[in-house]
Design a protein around this ligand. Structure first.
Ligand code: ADP
Ligand code: MG
Length: 258
């Protein structure tokens, strides 16, 4: 479904050059839920941005269902993203002036598709917000806002949903609801979810956890448990941060920027 081969990505020039991805080979099978983990600065967000074609790679290639993203024009890439990808961010990124329902309809409007009111109703119901369609983001809790964002990401029935720290701004109970929802998406609709997180509990909802350190893939766990993930992460944290990582190990929180 999504594959990265020999992907390199650096930011800045000359002495300020930072290598964010340093030869990444990874593929994500259709219909699977993967957590991408690693210390802050390890390249997780860059990986997601490159996989989604939001950022161009310096070397290597990214294929979405066999289509090489680097060969597409900006316009074709935008269209591909609108048709086949959904995005969920830590900060929800809803449009404040629009109601929940209008936010969910937005991707359809942007891609010029017809708006099927019954389908929007189903989408809102699926995330448990059937009664909240008329509310604006400010009138909803954080968890509800993130559920609107998930409904919005799913409304075009994308092949892949990219989520960057989707639970980073939520309390642990709400986070679990959102994670269960993402897992259901995979199980019920066969969509592919790639989720960046630094939270071992969040990763345990996925079927696979991939670990990054310094822009490289350094581990790959099937059926990750929170304990196994926490242990692996602790080993990856730079010296001195280990105790903090261990202490945070099984906690679902962390509004810290990653
Ligand atoms: P993570 O999401 O794992 O915290 P990122 O992918 O955001 O890591 O960042 C990887 C590295 O690339 C970090 O060293 C970060 O400072 C750097 N980086 C990320 N985005 C930019 C940018 N737009 N400009 C310059 N450096 C960046
Ligand atoms: Mg990040």
């Amino acid at each position: 479904m999504v594959s990265l081969t020999g992907v390199h990505k650096a930011y800045g020039r000359h002495d300020r050059r930072v290598t964010a991805l340093d030869g990444v080979d990874l593929s994500f099978r259709a219909g699977t839920f993967t957590a991408v983990m690693g210390p802050s600065g390890s390249g997780k967000s860059t990986l997601l941005q490159c996989a989604a074609g939001l950022d161009r790679v310096d070397a290597g290639q990214v294929l979405l269902d066999g289509t090489p993203l680097h060969q597409l024009s900006e316009r074709a890439l935008t269209e591909l993203r609108r048709e086949q990808m959904g995005f969920v961010f830590q900060s929800f990124n809803l449009i404040p002036a629009l109601t929940a329902r209008q936010n969910v309809e937005l991707p359809l409007r942007l891609s010029g598709r017809a708006i099927d009111a019954a389908a929007i109703d189903r989408g809102l119901a699926e995330v448990g917000l059937a009664e909240r369609g008329g509310h604006r983001p400010a009138e909803l809790s954080g968890g509800q806002q993130q559920r609107v964002a998930i409904a919005r990401a799913l409304v075009t029935r994308p092949k892949v949903v990219f989520a960057d720290e989707p639970t980073g701004a939520l309390d642990s109970r709400t986070a679990r609801e959102v994670l269960a929802l993402l897992r259901d998406v995979v199980e019920q609709h066969g969509q592919t979810v790639i989720m960046v997180t630094h939270d071992p509990v969040a990763a345990s909802y996925a079927q696979r956890a991939v670990f990054l350190a310094d822009g490289r893939v350094v581990g790959d766990l099937a059926e990750p448990t929170a304990e196994a993930v926490a242990l692996r992460l602790t080993a990856l944290e730079p010296a001195g941060q280990e105790s903090r990582a261990a202490a945070n190990g099984a906690a679902t929180n962390g509004a810290q920027p990653c």
